[in-house]
Design a protein around this ligand. Structure first.
Ligand code: MTE
Length: 346
């Protein structure tokens, strides 16, 4: 893993690991805004559900396990994935391509838990609070999602990842899972769920995790009312191999990678081996699920030695395609330019 920050652990997955549909947990990126909770005792842990509900409740892990379990294979991507490629540079963790991964998350549906507490119609937003150790005067990591997303069939209170209990890095003993949305919507070490009449007002909702309503020029200031909260992910693909800068012998080359599209599905992935002049379809992998990435591959046989720029471009079922350049924005979110690697064929 690439250590992007040590004070608050931020780990990036090297792209060469993206050759399996499910990302093994030890290779799944980690994004923390503050310290992970020091001690978390599964027996003592409780989840409270309150706010705009008829019967506020508190659940233990054993209570949660009595709800029906549902599984969702979800590609989780940090909103800041790719921030390091924006020019001019944007402050924040300089993620490359690997703040993304795919896992099978399991646990009760959030909807079932909210129903148990008797959600009132006045509850329009669902707030999550985690058990992060908040350093000094930093505002705590509290965010909310709209009730419609919280009630979706696939939104979970996940307790398991790839069939095993969540590890501490990924939110043990329970985390929210808002599939297809930016990772920040999926609060780890969940301790409190609160139904609110309006969006939670706090740093990580505003000004954090907001995107300009209209394209802005670098350096241009954007008024808060001209920004909206981030929700679903963009269409995007990444070339996992060959690696950028690889030297290969003349002969067959397997080009491969992953592509995802948030709440949409991948319609096609195209590959260019001539720097974007011509494009050919890649073969999509067999494994698929609504919110999960598709593996793709492309068999290529360069005819002569030399330097090549390989590119991948994904298109989704909503008709979106990766742009040549991502839309610059002040916080460097949702980077999704056509991916490229430069290789040398000897
Ligand atoms: N939840 C809490 N409590 N604290 C956090 O810092 N980071 C969020 C989200 N949930 C975070 C959190 C962000 S920005 C992302 S991208 C995902 O967790 C990352 O999940 P992972 O570390 O399991 O990959």
């Amino acid at each position: 893993m690439v250590l992007r920050s040590f004070r608050f652990v931020d780990l990036e997955t090297p792209v060469e690991h993206f050759h399996t549909w499910l990302t093994p947990v030890p290779h799944f990126f980690v994004r923390n805004h503050m310290h992970e909770p020091v001690e978390l005792d599964a027996h003592e842990w409780r989840l409270s559900i309150g706010g705009e509900v008829k019967n506020p409740i508190t659940l233990s892990l054993s209570d949660l396990s009595k709800f029906d379990t549902h599984s969702v294979v979800n590609t989780l991507e940090c909103a800041g994935n790719g921030r390091g490629f924006y020019r001019p540079q944007v402050p924040g963790v300089q993620w490359g391509k690997g703040a993304v991964g795919t896992a099978r998350f399991s646990g009760p549906r959030m909807r079932d838990v909210l129903e148990r507490a008797g959600a009132k119609s006045s509850g329009k937003h669902v707030m999550f609070r985690g058990l992060d150790e908040v350093p000094g005067k930093v505002p705590p990591f509290i965010r909310s999602i709209p009730i419609e997303k919280a009630l979706d069939d696939d939104t979970l209170i996940a307790t398991h990842m790839n069939g095993s209990p969540l590890t501490k890095h990924h939110g043990f003993p329970a985390r929210a899972l808002a599939p297809g949305w930016v990772g920040a919507a999926s609060c780890k070490w969940l301790a409190e769920i609160k139904l609110l009449e309006s969006e939670f007002a706090g740093n990580f909702m505003n000004p954090g995790y907001r995107f300009p309503n209209h394209p802005v020029k670098p350096g241009e200031s954007v008024k808060p009312e001209d920004m909206h909260p981030l929700t679903a992910l963009n269409v995007k693909s990444v070339i996992s191999g060959p690696g950028d800068g690889a030297s290969l012998k003349l002969g067959k080359v397997a080009v491969y990678g992953v592509a995802w599209a948030g709440e949409a599905n991948i319609a096609k992935v195209e590959i260019s081996t001539d720097g974007g002049t011509s494009w050919n379809p890649a073969k999509l992998g067999h494994d698929q699920a609504h919110y999960a990435w598709r593996l793709w591959s492309y068999d290529w046989k360069p005819e002569q030695s030399g330097e090549y720029i390989l590119m991948s471009r994904a298109t989704d079922t909503h008709g979106r395609s990766q742009p040549a350049a991502a839309e610059w924005n002040p916080s460097g979110y949702l980077y999704n330019a056509i991916d490229q690697v430069k290789i040398d064929v000897a």
